[in-house]
Design a protein around this ligand. Structure first.
Ligand SMILES: *Cc1c(COP(=O)(O)O)cnc(C)c1O
Length: 476
């Protein structure tokens, strides 16, 4: 028995690439957000698996029949919800090649190119965002995983014997505390949960009117915890928060982290890529004082899901937290190379760096920076429309490419405004032309528009404004 014959593979491959090229080229004909109801897709998939093989043509023809209605098209230029995750041509091609190799980069030896390409790409990316040479990078699937590894390193740095003795049942262990702003991403809390910090070991520091962490409040919280006999160990500063893309004051937070010997983790999952734009250099100010930084190319760098980067200047601590080498994984090169399995929870690892190699070479650093620059400029234009319209309200500053706003025609109570804006968002999204998301800021229901897709053009943002404005003014 063997695999699909070569010629059949070749033919199906051409057919699939043709399908993808046509799909991406005509993507605007689909509603951005899938319109189906729960269960609609499962109904079309046979309950039992086929006993005998089917023709690949049959499988391919089911893309249009079974899959497409259940797709929310993240690559659609009308997709302006959450943060964009779009796939560029070179990214898609690299993903195909990754599958073709199916190389496992757990050890250098198990495919040297996986480890060496990742090392080179981390070195490229480090330079692109202007980090000094003492930063070492590694690729994980998502920012959630990257941040969990950062928090694990922070825990290891304390030297309290978590690795050897664990935490359960230990009377000699103080309660350990992690700090973030109340606007930090839930992945930080999940990482802390996983590592035994517990929900009541997480302190949410208040933010100012621009949704930035108030450093004085951080220091107060730390002092209070120390007085209670707790052990502060980690602080997370977010550069580009998920709700409003606000930027915590990294400089002041770094001062405090250094004073109290806390691990400083910078969560720049979305906004970190902007550090490669010369006039946006302020974004990465004081990053060289952080112990670790996470940036997601799968958000705003046209990289198909998934690819998240963790930089740290303390790779030895990360290794101490995770390295465990059984006899059957020892190799002759262990003293000369990084075996990437030593720097994380997982053993097997995909050849993700190939996507960066294709994307950075194809677009060039300038090409990527210019696209981000455009997105930022269009977000500014959109926010200017909001400011100029006297029946709309900008609800947060716009440092990057995300705009938070609401419809506020005047004379309405807060509760009513929330209902109106919820209804407005639902109406906009039901057109299928664009897809926006929402957040809550001080109990206000706020609409969120984000730009960052590889297929976004200025006209899409102009059309979005027309649709938002018209829909709002027609609301009854
Ligand atoms: C999106 C986001 C995350 C989570 O990213 P995943 O890769 O989906 O885990 C974490 N932090 C911030 C600031 C984000 O914007």
């Amino acid at each position: 028995m063997s695999d699909m014959p070569k010629e059949e593979f070749r033919k199906a491959g051409y057919q699939l690439i043709d399908w993808i090229a046509d799909y991406l080229n005509s993507i605007e004909k689909y509603p951005v957000m899938s319109q189906i109801k729960p269960g609609d897709i499962s109904k079309q998939i046979p309950v039992a698996p086929p006993v005998n093989g089917e023709k690949i043509e049959k499988v391919l023809s089911d893309i249009d029949k079974v899959l497409i209605d259940g797709i929310t098209h993240w690559n659609h230029p009308g997709f302006m919800a959450y943060f964009n995750t779009t796939s560029s041509g070179p990214g898609i091609l690299a993903e195909i090649l990754t599958a073709a190799f199916s190389s496992n980069g757990m050890l250098w030896k198990t495919s040297p190119v996986v480890t060496e390409m990742e090392k080179s790409m981390m070195n490229w990316f480090r330079q692109m965002v202007g980090l000094p040479e003492n930063y070492w990078g590694i690729i994980y699937d998502t920012a959630s995983t990257s941040s969990m590894h950062a928090i694990a390193s922070a825990r290891e740095q304390m030297g309290l014997g978590f690795r050897e003795k664990g935490a359960a049942g230990r009377k000699d262990l103080p309660k350990i505390i992690l700090y973030s702003s109340e606007q930090a991403h839930s992945s930080i809390d999940k990482g802390a949960l996983l590592l035994g910090v517990g929900l009541d070991g997480i302190r949410k520091i208040p933010v100012n009117e621009k949704f930035e962490m108030i450093p004085e409040k951080l220091e107060e919280a730390i002092d209070e915890d120390i007085k209670k006999g707790c052990k502060p160990f980690c602080v997370v500063a977010t550069v580009g928060t998920t709700s409003t893309t606000s930027v915590d004051p990294v400089e002041q937070i770094a001062n405090i982290a250094e004073k109290y010997n806390l691990w400083l983790h910078v969560d720049a999952a979305y906004a970190g890529v902007t550090a490669m734009i010369p006039e946006m250099k302020w974004v990465s100010k004081n990053w060289e004082r952080a112990d670790s930084i996470v940036i997601n190319p799968h958000k705003w760098m046209f990289t198909p899901l998934d690819l998240s980067i963790l930089f740290t200047r303390k790779k030895e601590i990360l290794k101490r937290a995770f390295s465990l080498v059984p006899e059957y994984l020892k190799t002759a090169q262990d003293s000369e190379v990084d075996n990437l399995m030593d720097y994380g929870f997982q053993l097997g690892r995909r050849f993700r760096s190939l996507k960066l190699w294709f994307i950075i070479r194809y677009f060039g650093v300038e090409g990527i920076a210019n696209r981000l620059r455009e997105h930022i400029a269009w977000a500014k234009e959109f926010s200017n429309r909001i400011i100029e319209a006297n029946d709309f309200e900008l609800t947060a500053p716009v440092p990057f490419s995300t705009v938070c706003f609401r419809y506020n025609p005047g004379g309405k109570a807060e509760a009513e405004l929330n209902t109106i804006n919820e209804k407005l968002l639902e109406k906009i999204n039901s057109t299928g032309k664009i897809f926006l998301s929402h957040t809550k800021l001080y109990e206000k229901f706020v609409i969120r528009l984000t730009i960052g897709g590889i297929r976004h053009e200025q006209r899409h943002i102009e059309n979005a404004w027309e649709l938002v404005k018209t829909t709002a003014r027609e609301l009854k």
